[in-house]
Design a protein around this ligand. Structure first.
Ligand code: B12
Ligand code: SF4
Ligand code: SF4
Length: 347
């Protein structure tokens, strides 16, 4: 069997939905595009910034010849409503950059090891190539106007996994065609913070996930109301998409761990985050970016302020007394004011 076919079989056997191969090169058009977008400055301002590094795949990885691209679907899970209101599905599914000893981390690691057993030298780093573009070039996804990479089975609810290799493998046919209906722009209208301003043009600093990840500078407090209950990512531009209709309405399976978390998840406990709650409830589904507990506390304060439920006022007042960290105090004070104003309007 050709090595390319062995690679694909190994990935499919391990539960990836598609596996394909593309040649490695620099992404000059992509680099020009990200540099032309002022809102991308947090990820482009220096030569070493993330998006400038991933644009120069070949220059920075001169021995790499091919990229093996795989998709890991997560549309089949029944996401409990209280969790998916606050945490995006990519994180609840624990498919994005999972630790090696977690379910999907072990799956990704098993694929990496089977590639090595075939004699390939591979790079496990997931941040050395623009993955959506690489996966379209490898023929495993098509792209949407909301920027997402789609597969027929899972729509956009899939995580992309890529391995650079020094072997020159036969590439697959790219799938550059856009399969969005001609007159559709539902994703643009669905974005609560108006972050998608045109087809394939995201105003990154208005995207909720970006704002969930950091304090100012970068994060924008004028979108707090629109952020709703979301403390770690957002799925609205995917939920509105007709290309996801089949995946969203297909039969679902219960994820027993999420069923446990759904009973334990409590925004007040995130607001008053302690180590044990972080370890048992927060970290398992939000391990990706946020290392500063105060960012979680700030996110929870905004969500509680948007809950419309004055029953959260005592917890917010307690949390205000408990912290002298300015950006957290600012969000808590905002939330208290918002809930108090709501109470007055109702009275
Ligand atoms: C930086 C980053 C972010 C940033 C910026 C997002 C962005 N769209 O730029 C922030 C923090 C906001 C973010 C948010 C999210 N992210 Co993110 N992110 C990345 C990362 C590391 C790089 C993305 C990137 O290159 N951005 C730069 C822009 C230009 O690239 P892009 O949006 O991918 O490119 C599209 C368009 O800009 C356009 N394009 C590219 N070049 C050009 C040139 C021209 C001229 C034009 C007009 C267009 C165009 O085509 C691309 C494909 O549609 C990738 C992982 C990786 N290594 O690639 C994950 C990745 C894109 N993220 C992912 C996810 C899941 C998310 C979230 C859904 C999480 C969530 N639920 O909240 C959101 C979705 C936001 C969105 N609508 O795109 C997945 C997407 C999977 C998929 N099926 O598409 C990726 C691929 C990670 C992975 N391994 O699977 N992310
Ligand atoms: S992920 Fe949410 S905030 Fe970001 S572009 Fe999509 S709908 Fe807008
Ligand atoms: S909502 Fe419409 S335009 Fe946006 S990605 Fe889906 S099909 Fe394409």
């Amino acid at each position: 069997m050709r090595i390319e076919d062995r690679i694909k079989r190994a990935g499919l056997e391990l539960g990836f939905s598609h596996v394909g191969i593309a040649p490695v090169h620099d992404f000059e058009d992509y680099e020009r595009e990200v540099l032309s977008r002022p809102d991308y400055a947090p990820f482009t301002s220096t030569e070493a910034s993330l998006l400038r590094k991933i644009a120069r795949t070949k220059t920075l990885n001169p021995d790499a010849q091919s990229v093996i691209c795989a998709t890991l679907g997560f549309s089949d899970i029944a996401y409990p409503g209280n969790l998916s209101a606050s945490v995006a599905r990519a994180y609840l599914s624990r498919t994005y950059t999972p630790p090696a000893n977690a379910q999907h981390g072990a799956q990704i690691e098993a694929f990496a090891r089977s590639l090595e057993e075939m004699g390939l030298s591979i790079d496990r780093n997931q941040f050395n190539i623009p993955q959506r573009l690489a996966c379209a070039e490898a023929g495993v996804v098509t792209l949407g106007r909301n920027n997402f990479a789609y597969t027929p089975e899972d729509g956009s609810f899939n995580i992309l996994v890529t391995f650079l290799t020094t072997s020159a493998l036969d590439p697959d046919e790219p799938t550059w065609q856009c399969e969005c209906p001609e007159d559709c722009n539902l994703c643009i209208g669905a974005c609560p913070t108006h972050a998608i301003v045109a087809p394939r043009r995201l105003l990154m600093d208005r995207c909720i996930l970006f704002n969930n990840q950091r304090f100012e500078p970068g994060a924008q407090d004028e979108i707090w109301e629109e952020m709703g209950l979301r403390i770690h990512g957002c799925d609205e531009c995917q939920l509105a998409c007709p290309r996801n209709h089949a995946a969203l309405h297909a039969p679902k399976r219960q994820d027993v761990f999420l069923e446990t978390l759904t009973r334990e998840f409590d925004l007040e406990k995130v607001l008053e985050l302690d180590e044990e709650y972080y370890e048992t409830v927060v970290h398992p589904i939000m391990y990706n970016y946020i290392k500063d507990a105060d960012i979680f506390r700030r996110n929870a304060a905004i969500a509680l302020g948007n809950s419309g439920d004055p029953a959260h006022l005592p917890a917010l007042r307690r949390a205000l007394d408990a912290t002298d960290r300015e950006p957290v105090r600012k969000a808590i004070a905002w939330a208290i004011k918002r809930l108090e104003q709501g109470e007055q309007t109702e009275a």
